[in-house]
Design a protein around this ligand. Structure first.
Ligand SMILES: Cc1cc2nc3c(=O)[nH]c(=O)nc-3n(C[C@H](O)[C@H](O)[C@H](O)COP(=O)(O)O)c2cc1C
Ligand code: SF4
Length: 462
């Protein structure tokens, strides 16, 4: 096992900067700019909306909806806290499945199981807005999306367990989800039915007051797997044109149903998987940006400017997708300093922005930076390396971090996410997701102890 220093052990910004630059000389962080002059306090125009800051809330599924796809008190509390962040961009809130079979867990929010899913979506929006008002953020100064998904290979819609729907056979992935025949593969006819489901979900998002929808293309879920379907025969596999067909059909259907609706895309720009999208043949750890850039060009041609950069998948490379000091119960402890994975996110976001300066990119992977999150965020936004800085896990433990930063307040160290991964370990073991160690509401629940007991051994520290 490798040993590395946790961010909290660096004694100063200068010391932390030295470590970043040891990893990659072009990385840097500010000493924190006076709050009103912070690059994160600068506004940004998106299709007629003026967003008043550059913080974004990343989507985070909660495993806590009702069986018929509606929010519970826990879901609503999370969205209220997303609002409290004061972040001007709320990217999707959490993955919303376009059909019951496309859920990644039995308690994922979805359409198709109840008569009036719009009512549930309206409740989410109302709670989010309540939080925003408390944070002093007007609705018109923010942009709020709903992330639309089909979980594909990672579908697990009922307590009976995984029900994978795949795009192609893949020895390693098939083994992970218990697939041993072609029966789990989507047929072309089944795929043709999906655009209408995305369009119906987009209509519901509009009816509930969302400003945009994200056509999710990341983390190994269906549309991400489509992009890697080089071995699939027929109209949805093989050539780049075929592999992007379903995505294009979905966008066309959404646009027909909801003319003028803003569309964003969350994209795993590269992967860490043999035959993965954006990966060099024969070396799953080496990036090849040729196709990811072709996809970004396609988005640009289609008039889609809003892209959320992410990497890999939580199912087979969680250490890349969400850099952490502590592994979730189904992951392995880090073998290198997680800052190296953070650097990978930062550098790939930079390369995307440099190649497509007209597009607007949200960067991912900032939570592991802990006390230095805002310092690095200011550097990246201030140097136009990225347009928005997205926070995932930090929004569970310390949702008001962006608000504190924008107000020039001292960060509340007790609330800083220490990447214990309990919010992943919980759901992997049939419990709701939440920040069991740091969020007082979750800390007092009986599951907090159970989750703690499931934590793998901590990494050795310098
Ligand atoms: C509990 C949990 C649930 C997540 N659910 C989603 C999701 O529904 N959609 C998505 O695109 N990413 C999801 N993610 C990934 C996060 O959006 C984010 O990319 C990841 O946590 C890395 O960002 P961070 O370092 O700020 O946490 C989830 C992450 C966690 C920890
Ligand atoms: S459980 Fe809390 S501290 Fe641990 S990774 Fe999740 S948000 Fe961070």
């Amino acid at each position: 096992m490798s040993s590395f220093r946790l961010p909290a052990t660096y004694g100063s910004v200068a010391e932390f900067r030295d470590r970043l630059q040891e990893i990659e000389p072009s990385l840097d962080c500010t000493d924190l700019v006076e709050s009103s002059a912070s690059p994160l306090a600068a506004s940004c125009e998106i299709d007629g909306h003026t967003l008043v800051n550059r913080w974004a809330v990343q989507p985070m599924e909660g495993w806590d909806g009702t069986e018929d796809g509606n929010p519970t008190e826990d879901t609503l509390r999370r969205w209220y806290r997303f609002g409290l962040s004061g972040a001007a961009l709320v990217w999707g809130g959490e993955a919303y499945a376009v059909c019951p079979e496309g859920r990644a867990n039995p308690n994922q929010l979805h359409q198709g199981s109840c008569d009036d899913p719009v009512a549930g979506l309206k409740l989410l929006m109302a709670e989010l807005r309540r939080g925003q008002v408390e944070a002093g953020l007007a609705a018109e100064d923010s942009l709020v999306g709903l992330q639309l998904t089909h979980s594909g290979r990672w579908s697990c819609p009922t307590a009976a367990g995984p029900a994978p729907r795949t795009m192609f056979r893949h020895e390693f992935l098939d083994q992970k989800v218990g697939v041993d025949s072609d029966a789990a593969m989507f047929t072309d006819v089944e795929l043709q039915a999906l655009p209408a489901l995305y369009a119906a979900a987009a209509e519901k998002a509009v009816a509930a007051g969302f400003d945009f929808v994200d056509i999710k293309c990341c983390h190994g879920y269906l549309l991400h797997e489509c992009l890697a379907a080089t071995t699939r025969p027929g109209p949805y596999g093989g050539s780049f044109e075929n592999r992007t067909r379903l995505f294009r059909e979905i966008v066309a259907a959404v646009r027909e149903a909801c003319p003028g609706l803003l569309i964003g895309v969350r994209l795993s720009v590269t992967d860490e998987l043999d035959q993965g999208f954006g990966v060099q043949a024969g070396d799953k750890t080496a990036d090849n940006l040729e196709e990811p850039f072709a996809f970004l060009s396609l988005l640009q041609e289609m008039g889609i400017r809003l892209v959320n950069q992410t990497l890999g998948s939580p199912y087979y490379c969680p250490h890349v997708q969400r850099p952490a000091a502590f592994a979730p119960s189904d992951g392995a402890p880090p073998t290198t300093d997680p800052l190296i994975a953070v650097a990978k996110h930062l550098l790939l976001a930079r390369r995307c922005k440099q190649a497509f300066p007209e597009m607007l990119f949200v960067g991912t992977g900032y939570t592991y930076l802990q006390e230095y999150t805002a310092h690095v965020a200011e550097h990246e936004v201030g140097n136009q390396h990225v347009d928005f800085v997205g926070l995932g896990r930090m929004m569970l433990s310390y949702p008001d971090m962006p608000a504190d930063h924008l107000a020039g307040k001292t960060f509340q160290r007790k609330k800083i996410c220490r990447t214990f991964s309990d919010c992943t370990t919980g759901p992997r073991n049939g419990m709701r997701s939440g920040c069991y160690p740091l969020d007082p509401e979750y800390r007092q629940r009986p599951e907090a102890k159970q989750v703690r007991a499931l934590r793998p051994a901590p990494p050795s520290r310098k």
